[in-house]
Ligand binder design. Structure first.
Ligand code: SAH
Length: 207
């Protein structure tokens, strides 16, 4: 799986090492385990999916491209949409602290159970509506969303450190999502729209 992702153009040794380290089969139902190392999204319950590992790698590599991460390792990172916890585990190997928020209690609890054996002291799982970000951990060097909405919530931009970077899917045209990168520069926000992606929708409220 990791060799395939490398062939897709992911270059960061840190990202490739993290993907090699985190065993993806531990995050999915045993009935789907045979597909765990294919570059595909898979159901994790409650209508949600574990993201495609190639896209996880791409987004993590983009996050490491933040201005703030040029001289020093990535500091605090916020993930919106914990799901089963896979990406949070990958991020924990790339950032000092990871805050990951999920709006569905069932998945928040599943992620907690999935991550327990990994004993990742720098991962903080939160239950709540990630549309509001998580102000207590702000400012963040990086913010990464695993669900796509019509727009990027203001709270996310406000919680981004100067030199920090946000990577998120966003609806750009009729039902089509693209990956958006927002860099917070001293002069303001710089936005870059990248390739099309397919993420589950960003929803408000908790359930
Ligand atoms: N990060 C996961 C992907 C999970 S899918 C992985 O490692 O594969 C995206 C998740 O975003 C879903 O579990 C969904 O419930 C959650 N989500 C959607 N809107 C949200 C919101 N406003 N706040 C928090 N989580 C949200």
């Amino acid at each position: 799986m990791v060799r395939k992702i490398e062939a897709q153009g992911v270059k960061s040794a840190l990202v490739l090492r993290a993907l090699n380290t985190v065993e993806r089969h531990r995050f999915i139902d045993s009935a789907l385990a045979a597909q765990a190392y294919e570059d595909t999204s898979l159901p994790i319950g409650l209508g949600q999916t574990i993201s495609k590992p190639g896209v996880v790698a791409r987004m993590c590599e983009l996050l490491l491209g933040a201005e703030i991460a040029r001289q020093a390792p990535l500091g605090r990172v916020l993930e919106i949409g914990t799901g089963c916890g896979y990406q949070a585990a990958v991020l924990s190997l790339m950032a000092r602290e990871v805050y990951s928020i999920e709006r569905l209690r069932g998945l928040h609890e599943k992620a907690r159970a999935n991550l327990r054996p990994f004993r990742l002291a720098n991962v903080h799982l939160l239950f709540g509506d990630g549309m509001a970000g998580y102000a207590k951990g702000a400012p963040y060097a990086g913010i990464i969303a695993a669900a796509g909405g019509e727009m990027i919530p203001d709270a996310w931009c406000e919680q981004l450190a100067i030199g920090g970077r946000l990577v998120a899917p966003m609806v750009t045209r009729a039902g089509q999502q693209a990956l958006v990168v927002l860099d917070r520069m001293p002069q303001g926000l710089r936005r870059t729209v990248l390739e099309d992606v397919h993420f589950v929708p960003l929803k408000s409220g908790i359930a």
